[in-house]
Design a protein around this ligand. Sequence first.
Ligand code: SF4
Length: 222
Amino acid sequence: MDTPHVVPPVHARIVEGLERIATALKSDDWVRAQTVGLNPTQLAILRALDTRDGGMGVKELALLLGVSQPTTTDSILALERKTLVEKRGDPADGRAVRVVITGAGRDAVRSGDAAPGAVARATAALEDEDQEQLLVQLISVIRQLQEQGSIPIQRMCVSCRHFRPYAHTDAARPHHCNFVDAAFGQQDLRIDCRDHETADPSIRAATWMVFEKDRSPQPPGD
Ligand code: SF4
């Protein structure tokens, strides 16, 4: 018996934990998608398009969902047959096509997401403070994935040109969003904001430094 003498490193056990959660999320996705007669990739495409009024290109969708372009193309064709999406010319590029959600597609997203999944219920059961800490730690991991080029830039506050971390002295609402010109708290940090605009790399790095520095506990005597 190796436990507890040979313990895998913390990061390896965190990945084990994330794998368990990913399995539960996959199961939630299947249940939701089947409710509206789709598969999880098709519902994920509708969800992505639901918050992007200008639609998305096929390559952009494939990158966001982490699936191949042929799989994305097949899913879009199936959604088009069900009149849940439609293709339109790209005003910025005469040869490109944008995929846009229809009213029926938005209805499908609402129906699919109506019942919270098991992971949403388990997360909601945590104390408020624990939810906030988990949110911030997840943002840190997602940002690392972006920085190492494993995933595209996500629509998070920490990569947004409108984000001013710790612009206010109010501990409950220290951050500022220039887009809506309002203060907000750590628990309101966004991971997928429809109003997000990607900041330049140097601004993103500077913003992250302020966010990291000011959220870290200060050593005694500082
Ligand atoms: S626009 Fe959205 S992502 Fe950007 S700072 Fe405001 S809330 Fe955050």
